[in-house]
Design a binder for this molecule. Sequence first.
Ligand code: UDP
Ligand code: MG
Length: 315
Amino acid sequence: MKKISIIIPTYNEEESLPLLHEKLNKIMDELNNYDFEILFINDGSKDKTYEIIKSYREQDNRYNYVDFSRNFGQEIAMAAGLDYVTGDCAIFMDADMQDPPELIPELVKYWEEGYDDVYAKRKSRKGESFLKKFTAKMYYRVLQKMTNVEIQIDTGNFRLIDRRCINALKKMTESERNLKSMFSWIGYKKKEVLFDRPARVAGKTKWNYMKLIDLALNGITSFTTSPLHLATYLAVPTFMLLGIYTAYVIAKCIITHTMVQAFQAIILLILFFSGVQILLFGIVGEYLGRIFKETKNRPLYFVNEYNGEKETNEK
Ligand code: UDP
Ligand code: MG
């Protein structure tokens, strides 16, 4: 029997867990031709989350948990999930039921059809402010413009990935992680499934705007170094302006038989030196971008198939 693993990062989710537990049991009964592994990552919760998860484990050994020594954040919790997971595929989902477990059979169905990465795309989001929805939407669009890696728009971490994607992701050992961009980066055969994102069942979101801004910046920097080219791009118009203004000043001096005036000289000097500075920043940025890419030490490529045989990334 094939084994499906479900990775659930949990941080102070004591209120959501009972309902989640019930739904998971239902799904496991429904898909009875599979083995299951539920893998909770307890991310340093301060409430009863640990005790609850532990009791699930005592009742049913399909429930597994990794208990962190402190709160490391959702990204790192998911990284631990990749390390500990044992299934033939893994489903990432949140503990708060915003990723409806009812969707799991559909994810599995497409996996069986041969897709490597079946991701759930949000048709709508409930319980979220207009501002959050709007910023999220803009963010995805801007991000896509900045990179040539294909980005899955309006997609969170709720998805099913095949074992070979798990293995591929494990080869990406960078410590500043953004799993969502990594899912996109590894490629493989992707399939989208649409769903309406409900509001959280209980508790409060662990995110606030500061964290979201961090996440957004992290998303950009992990997808692309293109902001570093900004200085290079800015140097060009600055020098163009310098050229035009120089020509204008010289022409004016010749025609009117006057000397260059002090304010004109100052403008010229400002344009010249800011142009030089921006250019130098740009050069530093180009090298920085290269160093950044090198330090991530990512694999150069992932193989889909070798002579008709599927690459499993086992080695
Ligand atoms: N989470 C975690 N560590 C954290 C914050 C959140 O493991 O430091 C978990 C949380 O328990 C939930 C998932 O990550 O299962 C998503 O968090 P949340 O629902 O707060 O985020 P949102 O859905 O609002 O984006
Ligand atoms: Mg949530």
